[in-house]
Design a protein around this ligand. Sequence first.
Ligand code: ATP
Ligand code: MG
Length: 414
Amino acid sequence: MASMNPVRGTHDLLGEDILRHRHVEQTAFAVASRYGYSEIVTPIFEFTEVFARTLGDTSDIVTKEMYTFEDKGGERVTLRPEGTAGVARAFISGGLAQKLPLKLFYRGPMFRYERPQKGRQRQFNQIGAELLGVAGPLADVEIISLGAQILDELGLSEHVVCELNSLGDSESRNAYRECLVEYLEGHRDALSEDSRERMHRNPLRILDSKDEGDKAIVADAPLMSDSLNDESRRFFDDLRNGLEIAGVKYTLNPRMVRGLDYYCHSAFEFTTTALGAQGTVLGGGRYDGLIKQMGGQATPGIGWAAGVERLAMLVAGGIEKKRPIVIIPVGAEAADTALATTQRLRRDGFSVDLGFSGNLGKRMKRANALNARATVILGEDEIAREVATVRDMDSGEQAEVPLTALETHLDHFR
Ligand code: ATP
Ligand code: MG
């Protein structure tokens, strides 16, 4: 039945996949917490305007990718396509301007109507960091270092590079915009229709185009770095100096612009060649104009987001799962003791599995499938003597242990 299939571009996460997924998130949260970031959870949907206003109405996300609908009360709402807009909305509606600087970390599902392929889904998960209220480049250094360290602790630092660029302040961007439009006008007929449309509304976006024809034209476009004014240049120098002191490696990519309208100064992406076309695992930048554009008090900000599925694909090898102790009752008489023992051990902090049915052979098989560290066999004869047979599943050694001493005996199998 078609309706019992998952919606295109969505996935169930279970088994190894969810372990890998959680490993990515937990590693990220542990590092972020060491950097002084605390968690924020914003709603999965917001008024459509929250995204339309912040992402800019020429962005791919707003023009093509949003899941927008009218709810029963006639409100237009959108499933969040990214995390920053919701955090910025929370900052304004929650009056958080009193609490600056603010260091926030989040995780959760995002929704974009895109063509599904490897590393690209319609519901996917991001982790992300936002640092609000710091205008100087030290904030940029910290937030990039945070990303780098998370990737490092996931064992990925060999597989990714940090690409860095500066978009400058608004004066520099306007100057660049003029050079760029002049150049693009010369190639107008060869540009894609989308890009021709964006030429005057948002020409920088064309640098990000995925159209092959556009890419060829963009390859010879003037460079942003040539339009940076003195102040922007100084900011960028300070950032680069800071990254060197912090020990974060990067390469300059003067052609990288981030897809969203609100970025200024630093733009960065951690990319890999290991995932084919979907090579960006983490991306972000500075968005000093965002909060004001949304109607709040002008507040500088910088942040990044990373795709959890893409990171999970890169994390090599199996994730270690805790090995349980498996209780095996033999015969109906053993059931009650088995249940009582199971609960006693679980309350004491052991990971314990008690199957629901089956004979000794079947239960042993399941213990193997669960990669049990030890089994506790309870037969009628054993119960009568108030003992259990404990089997070390690695060495095969067996020992008869008084039920009252089980915890002590099992301690080294925790
Ligand atoms: P791309 O160029 O791959 O479309 P993007 O610029 O749209 O990426 P961002 O909006 O910066 O991506 O999101 C940050 C990260 O979230 C990306 O680097 C990627 O790892 C992940 N991501 C974005 N879109 C998807 C998706 N549809 N499926 C899975 N992961 C995604
Ligand atoms: Mg995209």
